[in-house]
Design a protein around this ligand. Structure first.
Ligand code: ADP
Ligand code: MG
Length: 330
């Protein structure tokens, strides 16, 4: 069956029936606007992302369920990066009328499973026909206790620079796919089904462990530069300390160009944050509790936004940031 045989309103009704409204949802899908509440004393956090076919994803590389998962996960990651709890989800969906209903169902399964996994409720959206590419707009609302949200601008000289998980796996998978090769499962999963570090982000906020935080969507160097510039400090990271997965090492050990993907490759969706040195052991313990590695990769210095790298031989050089820019090609 195709989308045009089902119709917009039947699709919305099916979505509505699939969703269970949780705490705080006074009205969800089905009215002109959702009616929601937040816990007392919390501020509202909102983040939105667009996913466009052939810009952000390709149907021949990504199955629809993974696409739904990723569309939601990357937004949850933004709320995590503020030290907040994600709560409500909105889904804007534009697809051609000839789209198979099975593909839409798979997409919704991926999106809703990921939302439910983090106790996030779909409370609204919009559905329309696209003349060509799929266009997906996902908005997540979350909350954090007043004054507790962690911005990019709080890094202080002396802070350690820390990162969760491993770097470069997603970019390496994309690099191999683009070259017509088949990446191993461990890398593909990092690319197609990224994990949003929701619990780590929330707890770093709750325990006031991070001074500044961002999620890595455009690559370590580019996103760290956002923190350095917002905080008006310099950063020095050590190449030797970058956390790399076994699969990444197998590919990149003898290939300097591939190793750069750990610095510049996008879509890790790990958390990058700065921590006062006396709190670093608490962060590591929290990671152990969550079965997640947290690694100190460098230090914040007085300055005005410059990033440097100490290579394996001990030489220090400024880093040229090459984060992804939709309108500029480097
Ligand atoms: P309107 O004409 O006011 O835009 P719609 O008919 O588009 O209303 O939507 C009816 C209800 O269904 C609204 O509550 C809207 O938020 C919800 N809705 C529409 N599309 C989606 C979707 N893709 N996912 C979740 N909720 C949706
Ligand atoms: Mg509408």
């Amino acid at each position: 069956m195709k989308l045009q045989d089902l119709g917009e309103f039947e699709l919305i009704d099916r979505i509505r029936r699939r969703v269970t409204n949780g705490a705080g949802v006074h009205r969800g899908i089905g009215d002109d606007a959702a009616v929601l509440s937040l816990p007392d004393g919390h501020h509202l956090l909102t983040s939105t992302d667009l996913l466009i076919e052939d810009v952000h994803f390709r149907h021949d590389w990504t199955d629809c369920e993974a696409l739904g998962h990723k569309a939601v996960a990357v937004n949850l990651s933004d709320i995590a990066a503020m030290g907040g709890s994600p709560r409500y989800l909105y889904l804007g969906l534009a697809c051609p009328g000839e789209t198979e209903l099975d593909d839409i169902n798979a997409f919704l399964k991926g999106a809703l499973d990921e939302a439910e996994h983090h106790n996030v409720v779909l409370v609204g959206g919009d559905t329309c026909r696209s003349p060509g590419p799929w266009m997906i707009s996902v908005t997540v609302e979350g909350s954090a206790p007043a004054q507790q949200a962690i911005g990019r601008d709080g890094a202080r000289p002396g802070d350690l620079i820390m990162v969760s998980g491993t770097l470069g796996d997603s970019a390496l998978a994309l690099h191999l796919l683009t070259a017509g090769k088949k990446p191993e499962e461990a890398l593909l999963t990092r690319h197609h089904r990224p994990t949003a570090q929701v619990e780590l982000g929330r707890l770093l906020g709750e325990y006031r462990l991070a001074n500044a935080m961002i999620d890595i969507s455009d690559g370590l160097a580019g996103d760290l530069e956002h923190i350095l510039q917002a905080s008006q400090v310099d950063g020095l990271i050590e190449e030797d300390k970058l956390p790399l997965s076994p699969a990444f090492r197998r590919h990149a050990d003898r290939d300097a160009e591939l190793r750069e993907l750990a610095l510049y490759g996008g879509e890790d969706y790990e958390l990058l944050f700065t921590v006062a040195p006396e709190k670093a052991s608490e962060v590591v313990a929290l990671g152990v509790e969550l079965e997640l590695s947290t690694t100190s990769i460098g230090v914040i210095h007085k300055g005005s936004g410059a990033l440097s790298l100490q290579d394996r031989a001990g030489a220090v050089r400024p880093i040229l940031v090459r984060g992804y820019d939709h309108f500029c090609r480097f």
